[in-house]
Design a protein around this ligand. Structure first.
Ligand SMILES: Cc1cc2nc3c(=O)[nH]c(=O)nc-3n(C[C@H](O)[C@H](O)[C@H](O)COP(=O)(O)OP(=O)(O)OC[C@H]3O[C@@H](n4cnc5c(N)ncnc54)[C@H](O)[C@@H]3O)c2cc1C
Length: 309
């Protein structure tokens, strides 16, 4: 990690984290999800900030937390139907001490996630497996395909349009798999990804079009207002796609109030990705890693803190 980022005092990192992290417990995350739903008609997907796992106890804690999240969401009567209820997002790297991006073999990740998948199915809670760096792509897609083939249709996946392989991956997807489309957050080399954001976003639109044409439920995840509008005008409208076949997603804390209110008026579902931690030290460690990967974020947060969106 960049030594300068390591030196930023925890209180300062926490200041940056605040708008993005729902709190330091599951109860606080659910409180935020409840408020978003009641006050702004927004759905949520809850995520435990848990990466860079070094010990088996942390893997066990992550499994236990997701099982508790499923039970809590299933028991919460504030939300309406299945699509309005919070879904859960998870990262495969949270379930192994041997991550693929560090040369490991992801030992235990699949078995752990299967326990979570089974419980979620039993309780009627939807799960989305986040997509991590290119080292995880094959492993993650294989798992998604296996789960879908085994009838676990409550599990969706994420595809990154910056990767050259994505159009081919999407073309092979099993019928009906729910897909979140993103440009991708990991800084991948030119050999595997485009580096031009405009190109990534054109690909986002093209991928959304082809998935909707093939009957997939599409979660269009971006904060780029112009691209969201183009998605609605150039993809959804000409295809005549019903409003229960797609949604728009953004991260909790990124100020897009105007756009989100507009979507609500038009009856278009929007869902916020709501991360929470188990204690602030965990959230601060997460934010430090994010800042290390993407220092520009500090300026974005600053701008967001002082603008209304
Ligand atoms: C719901 C959701 C789930 C995601 N899941 C994944 C995943 O599983 N795997 C993965 O690789 N990526 C994931 N991402 C991240 C995604 O790939 C992009 O990196 C991220 O959304 C930024 O790209 P953008 O399309 O918003 O466009 P950008 O051009 O990067 O952003 C558009 C504008 O939004 C603002 N903005 C964007 N991001 C932030 C931010 N974090 N904080 C403050 N302002 C910001 C900026 O001001 C920018 O001008 C997810 C994103 C969302 C919204």
């Amino acid at each position: 990690m960049n030594p300068l980022i390591r030196l930023i005092p925890p209180a300062f990192v926490r200041f940056f984290a605040r708008p993005y992290v729902a709190g330091d417990s599951l109860a606080k995350a659910l409180e935020v999800a409840g408020r978003l739903h009641a006050e702004r008609g927004l759905a949520s997907t809850l995520d435990l900030l848990a990466e860079d796992i070094r010990e088996q106890e942390t893997v066990q804690r992550n499994i236990a937390t997701y099982l508790a999240m499923i039970d809590a969401v299933a028991a919460d009567s504030r939300f309406g139907g299945e699509l309005e209820k919070p879904s859960l997002s998870l990262k495969l790297s949270s379930y192994t001490t041997a991550p693929l991006d560090k040369g490991g073999d992801a030992a235990g990740a699949k078995e752990s996630v299967l326990r979570i998948v089974d419980r979620a199915r039993e309780k009627g809670v939807r799960l989305t497996i986040d997509m991590e760096s290119r080292h995880w792509t094959d492993f993650t897609i294989r798992l998604l395909e296996e789960l879908h083939a085994a009838g676990q249709h409550h599990v969706g996946g994420v595809f990154q349009t910056r990767l050259h392989r994505t159009a081919a991956d999407l073309a092979r997807l099993p019928q009906g798999l729910r897909v979140r489309l993103v440009i991708g957050i990991y800084d991948e080399p030119e050999s595997v990804a485009v580096r031009d954001k405009r190109e990534m976003k054109e690909r986002l639109l093209a991928a959304a079009r082809s998935l909707l044409e093939r009957g997939h439920y599409v979660e269009f995840a971006t904060h780029d207002e112009a691209i969201v509008r183009r998605f609605l005008a150039e993809v959804v409208a000409p295809l005549g796609v019903a409003k229960d076949r797609f949604e728009v997603q953004m991260l909790y804390g990124v100020p897009r109030e105007r756009l989100l209110a507009e979507l609500r008026r038009e009856g278009i579902r929007a869902r916020l990705y709501v991360p929470f931690a188990l204690g602030w030290p965990m959230a601060i460690a997460y934010l430090r890693r994010r800042l290390d990967e993407y220092p520009k974020m500090m300026f974005l947060v600053m701008r967001n803190v002082f603008s209304k969106g």
